[in-house]
Design a binder for this molecule. Structure first.
Ligand code: Z5A
Length: 210
């Protein structure tokens, strides 16, 4: 399939949105067709699922319910927006994708990597990102960045989990990066934003459509 599918992953406050903003602007300036989406969400149905998932009042949500909702949002996003954009030759910038379910639900909620990966394959028509940028950061630093930016009262349901949960998520992401070094580029998210941008641009250059 034509097009280029890029995903951006990592724990909270690691700087994904900051870098996607910069990359999107750079690619559009260079004349590329770009689709930018986020997970959960990115479609009308997905944004409604997102509201259910991140609602701090939903403390009773079972881990399997949580996983199925993330995967449902992904299935919709894939069919409605990502696959058509790739078929049209666009560069897709996706703020989180299937690896997030492996890390958060497989690792953080302890549902197991293999089962989450099988669900992901089914929901995404087995189309995986061509390249994934993993922003690795001590969760204490990431959560402090979010509190400084938004205030502690605005943390969503997942962000409000205990530090041990966020550490499990980080370990699961690092295990994925070790397992798939050809797809996943691990970045030190404690670096300065300009340095991180340079690393991404250098890596992406040879992969861009001419
Ligand atoms: N989730 C899941 O459990 N399972 C799944 O399958 C999927 C998701 C797909 C979605 O939240 C939640 O759903 C997420 C995972 C879970 N939850 N948690 N917890 P979201 O979409 O609302 O948020 P997010 O994806 O976690 O993004 P974020 O936390 O808002 O952070 P970010 O995009 O990585 O960072 P940022 O907004 O670019 O930067 C945060 C702050 O740090 C900001 O003030 C920046 O100015 C600053 N910043 C950025 N870069 C730097 C550097 N390099 N140095 C210093 N400061 C920086």
């Amino acid at each position: 399939m034509a097009g280029l599918f890029l995903s951006f992953e990592g724990t909270e406050g690691a700087g994904k949105t900051t870098q996607i903003d910069r990359l999107e602007a750079r690619l559009v300036r260079a004349g590329h067709a770009v689709l930018r989406v986020r997970e959960p969400g990115g479609t009308e149905i997905g944004e409604r699922i997102r509201a259910v998932l991140l609602d701090r009042g939903h403390t009773e949500m079972a881990p399997w319910t949580e996983l199925c909702l993330y995967v449902a949002s992904r299935a919709q996003l894939m069919r409605e927006r990502i696959l058509p954009a790739l078929e049209a030759g666009a560069i897709v910038l996706c703020d989180r994708f299937g690896d997030a379910s492996v890390a958060y639900q497989g690792g953080g909620r302890k549902l197991g990597r293999g089962r989450v990966e099988r669900l992901n394959a089914w929901a995404t028509a087995e189309r995986r990102p061509d390249r994934t940028y993993l922003f690795d950061l001590d969760p204490r630093i990431g959560l402090a960045r979010i509190r400084a930016g938004r205030g502690a009262a605005s943390l969503d349901r997942l962000e409000s989990e205990a530090l041990a949960f966020h550490r499990s998520v980080r370990r699961a992401y690092l295990a994925l990066a070790r397992k798939e070094p050809d797809r996943i580029l691990q970045l030190d998210a404690a670096l300065d934003p300009d340095q991180i941008e340079s690393l991404i641009v250098a890596d992406l250059g040879p992969r861009l459509p001419r």
